[in-house]
Design a protein. Structure first.
Length: 550
């Protein structure tokens, strides 16, 4: 370890495989391969930032070139090779940053340098960091050397973007995926570092550091470094102070906010949000934490306290678990979609704070949207391309309290009063699609008649059920309007479904085809031929079917 370094991420950098955190399988596999003298031509380490890719690469280089061998790999007292590799100045171990040297010329220089054997060690090793940044030509230039290198030459690649590396390169390497560090393991590690540094930080503050670091050791050590210098050693850094330092807020505030949204208390919701905003919380951090909370409400019964990555404490976990039993899953899914949409909107609005306030108000009124007249619409909205039509099929405004908790939803619904013209309307029967169009005409519903004739293709017609397909010109309110009228005319619920089948052609198309057929038939008559003899420029545009052929 670099004891003279003041930066914790460098000071506590692992020097041997035993020091690696959370990568036991990788360490054991590489150690066994070196002991068995089955060293691959190239290693490829991939994973998120700060999990030990470059560190592992250096340990592998030391393991291959250590004067004491893999069995007695240097740790405290370093041999000449290990010390030079640790300080990045070994003549036979070349570290290259592919982010700054991306071209084919850089790789050609590397290949030229590889022709010479090692000077003072067993292997010549090239460590290429962020290898995915190399150009396509550079990768191609590397392929042949990578597949059949000299016995003394080894490559070690590190990357965070494995998908950007050509498969031809990946297939020539022994690939190791370094996983995120588990929360408990990372917590124990930074707690030991804190004790070595004589830091005065509470366990709750350390848990917050683990949560923010998202499984990255380097991020956790950098945050710990910041926490250690934020307060004097006499005072303990508690959770509330750590939240202010790192720009995070207490989850209990967010849970309370969520409860008030479900109850529809807009004044208290805005008051709590403004208190959170006044703490200096960035709007995007607030939105991402809100998104995380929705996830916990939806899946809390599938989680354990440990699997929440220290995002929740015991009280918060139990509170969410209790509340989740009274919240409809459909509401949570709608909340999730609205939150994602609002996060996208934050990039285009100048005042993000106002946008979030409006977002919270929209959530409070979300469950008050219901189909007009409680119409039963059975439709697969995933098959509808028009986003506005989706909303019209599922969300229709209605006045009333915000009912987002199940015990409130389950209250007796009040049926809307629908005025019927006469008692005869209740007895009206609609037995066919043509019958429906005729009734629309009788009832002066010209718009509905037009849509049915022009933009609707009939797939199936049964009692109280119509299955259709449609074209892009269909009015977005068609289903709602037709269902309402069908209920008025028959006093029965009708189910309108959309089908992937094309169905019959529309009424207008039938009429147009029939007209074309009649014209073609008329053109074959002797009467039409005689007219053309007298008037060669004549053209038949229409046939009046009400009159006979003569």
């Amino acid at each position: 370890m670099n004891k003279n370094s003041k930066v914790l991420a460098l000071k506590y950098r692992p020097q041997i495989f035993e020091d690696l955190i959370g990568q036991d399988v990788v360490a054991e596999t590489i150690t066994n391969s070196i002991k068995a003298n089955k060293v691959p031509n190239a290693y490829l380490f991939t994973g998120i930032r700060g999990v030990g890719k470059t560190t592992t690469a250096r340990i592998v280089a030391k393991s291959l070139n250590c004067l004491n061998g893999i069995e007695n790999l240097c740790n405290e007292k370093l041999c000449a090779n290990c010390e030079a590799i640790s300080n990045s100045n070994h003549i036979d171990v070349l570290e290259m940053d592919a982010a700054s040297k991306t071209g084919v010329d850089d790789v050609r220089d590397l290949i030229e340098f590889s022709r010479y054997g090692p000077t003072s060690s067993k292997y010549k090793i090239f460590i290429i960091d962020e290898v995915h940044m190399l150009s396509k030509q550079a990768f191609n230039a590397l392929l042949k050397t990578l597949e059949e290198p000299p016995e003394y030459l080894k490559f070690i690649f590190a990357t965070t973007e494995i998908k950007k590396i050509p498969i031809t390169v990946v297939s020539r390497c022994q690939r190791f995926d370094l996983s995120r560090i588990k929360s408990l393991e990372l917590f124990e590690f930074i707690k030991k570092v804190k004790e070595k540094e004589n830091g005065n930080i509470s366990d709750k503050a350390l848990e917050l550091i683990v949560k923010i670091s998202e499984g990255s050791v380097r991020d956790a050590l950098s945050l710990l470094d910041r926490a250690l210098i934020s307060i004097s050693k006499k005072n303990e850094l508690d959770l509330s102070t750590a939240q202010k330092i790192f720009g995070y807020f207490d989850k209990s505030q967010l849970i309370e906010l969520f409860q008030l949204i479900l109850k529809g208390d807009d004044q208290k919701v805005i008051d709590i949000y403004r208190k959170i905003y006044d703490q200096g919380i960035e709007p995007k951090i607030f939105m991402n934490d809100f998104l995380e909370l929705i996830y916990y409400f939806k899946n809390i019964n599938l989680l354990t306290l440990e699997s929440t990555n220290f995002s929740l404490n015991d009280d918060e976990f139990l509170k969410i678990k209790k509340l989740s039993n009274d919240i409809d899953d459909k509401i949570l899914i709608l909340f999730w979609q609205f939150t994602i949409k609002t996060i996208e909107e934050l990039d285009i609005v100048s005042n993000q704070n106002l946008s979030i306030e409006m977002f919270l108000l929209r959530l409070m009124h979300l469950n008050s949207f219901k189909p007009k007249g409680e119409i039963n619409l059975k439709t697969d909205v995933s098959e509808i391309d028009n986003e506005n039509e989706k909303k019209n099929l599922t969300l229709e405004s209605s006045n009333g309290p915000v009912n987002q908790i199940k015990n409130i939803i389950q209250e007796k619904k009040i049926k809307p009063e629908i005025k019927l013209e006469t008692n005869q309307n209740k007895q009206m029967q609609i037995l066919s699609f043509d019958n429906l169009i005729k009734i629309c005409s009788e009832k002066k519903e010209i718009k509905l008649k037009y849509e049915l004739e022009k933009n609707v293709n009939l797939v199936g017609f049964e009692k109280n059920r119509i299955e259709i397909s449609f074209n892009d010109k269909l009015d977005k309110n068609f289903v709602k309007d037709l269902s309402t009228k069908l209920f008025e005319w028959t006093d029965q619920r009708w189910i309108i479904t959309f089908s992937k089948l094309k169905g019959e052609i529309s009424i207008k198309e039938k009429e147009s085809n029939k007209k074309i057929e009649l014209i073609e038939k008329a053109k074959k008559t002797e009467f039409y031929k005689k007219i053309l003899e007298k008037f060669p420029d004549a053209n038949l545009d229409n046939v009046d079917t009400k009159k006979n052929e003569e």
